[in-house]
Design a protein around this ligand. Structure first.
Ligand code: SAM
Ligand code: SF4
Length: 318
């Protein structure tokens, strides 16, 4: 399926829950979020039904995210059902990794191809601080288990936060030297909880190239990927740089999002949502609704305008 600007839309990111077992300072309020009524969240069957329609329209790349996808009841069954659909070529998950040791083997067995793990620091105390109580060891064990069972290539996502983790840039990059792990630095985006933090803690990813000038640019494999990749000489893994603020990649955007409450989001940075759950429950033809909606996908986001998305990342499916 193509949008009004001729972009081929083949990538769906599905948030399976708003809930999370961590409280990252830039993503969720300390007190957590008010629980959504069970009936307002897409059931496993509804997720499967909606995803089937997307796949019939040409979506072949799916990422499961949240909130924390591994706290969703029935997550293994959700992955199994999506993995069983003909036409899904790449099925990945973004997770904080806390429960990965427990679930990695089952996820692999039911068809998950790979995981991206979010980890902003390699220091135990700093990890507990930024996640408000998380234990670093759980994530490191999760990464190890994911590697053992073959949920690869593993990508580690790091949000760069001023005064917090700039001093760890080199340490993260060194992980790519001996291991086939990609580390990807993401700029802090002004969304929900982080709108108030962004002006103070935003650091441009350019700092990475300034700090590690030996990085060599790697030829782009996937034009729609927001990451520009670099490599240390002779390293096994790559270093990705994602600049949603200082460098826009809207022209090649191939992605859409489905929230845990069944709302279709055409752009991460827009408050516009299309209620697919209501349409599904009313017996409407969601294929038609999706096709019409895709035509309204905005050409680009405009963060300079100061119009930010009010929901937190955990509610959108980052
Ligand atoms: N809980 C899972 C995790 O942390 O990987 C999946 C959901 S989380 C919302 C997805 C990603 O969004 C994480 O890598 C997180 O660091 C990132 N994120 C959350 N808020 C952000 C913000 N304001 N700016 C940039 N990235 C953000
Ligand atoms: Fe949870 Fe992921 Fe948000 Fe952290 S970034 S609070 S792990 S949803």
């Amino acid at each position: 399926m193509k949008d009004a600007f001729g972009r081929k839309i083949n990538y769906l990111r599905i948030s399976v829950t708003d809930l999370c077992n961590l409280r990252c300072k830039y993503c969720m309020p300390e007190e957590g979020i008010s629980k959504v009524h069970h009936e307002d969240v897409l059931s496993i069957e509804e997720i499967e039904e909606i995803v089937k329609v997307f796949v019939s329209l040409g979506v072949n790349k799916i990422r499961i995210t949240g909130g924390e996808p591994l706290v969703r009841n029935g997550i293994i069954e959700i992955v199994r059902r999506i993995g069983n659909l003909d036409g899904v070529q790449d099925l990945a998950m973004t997770t904080n990794g806390v429960l990965l040791k427990k679930y990695a083997q089952d996820l692999k067995s039911v068809g998950l191809n790979r995981v991206n793990i979010s980890l902003d620091t390699l220091n135990e105390e700093k990890y507990a601080y930024i996640t408000r109580g998380g234990k670093l060891k759980n994530v490191l064990d999760g990464i190890e288990t994911a590697r053992k069972v073959g949920l690869t290539p593993i990508k580690i996502n790091i949000v760069l936060i001023g005064g917090f983790n700039e001093d760890e840039i080199e340490d993260f990059i060194m992980l790519t030297k001996k291991e086939d792990i990609d580390v990807r630095f993401i700029e802090l985006m002004p969304i929900g909880e982080s709108i108030k933090l962004e002006s103070e803690y935003y650091v441009s990813n350019q700092l990475i190239l300034d700090k590690v000038p030996e990085l060599i640019k790697v030829e782009r494999e996937d034009i729609s990927s927001p990451a520009v990749y670099y490599k240390l000489p002779n390293s096994k893994g790559k270093v990705g740089i994602i600049n949603p603020i200082s460098c826009k990649f809207c022209e090649y955007c191939n992605r859409i999002r489905l929230t845990a409450q069944g709302k279709l989001k055409l752009c991460l940075h827009s408050n516009e949502e299309i209620d697919l759950k209501a349409s599904l429950r009313n017996g409407e033809d969601i294929k038609e609704i999706i096709l019409e909606s895709i035509n309204q996908k905005p050409e680009s986001h405009n963060l300079e305008s100061g119009k930010y998305v009010s929901k937190n990342m955990n509610q959108i499916g980052g």
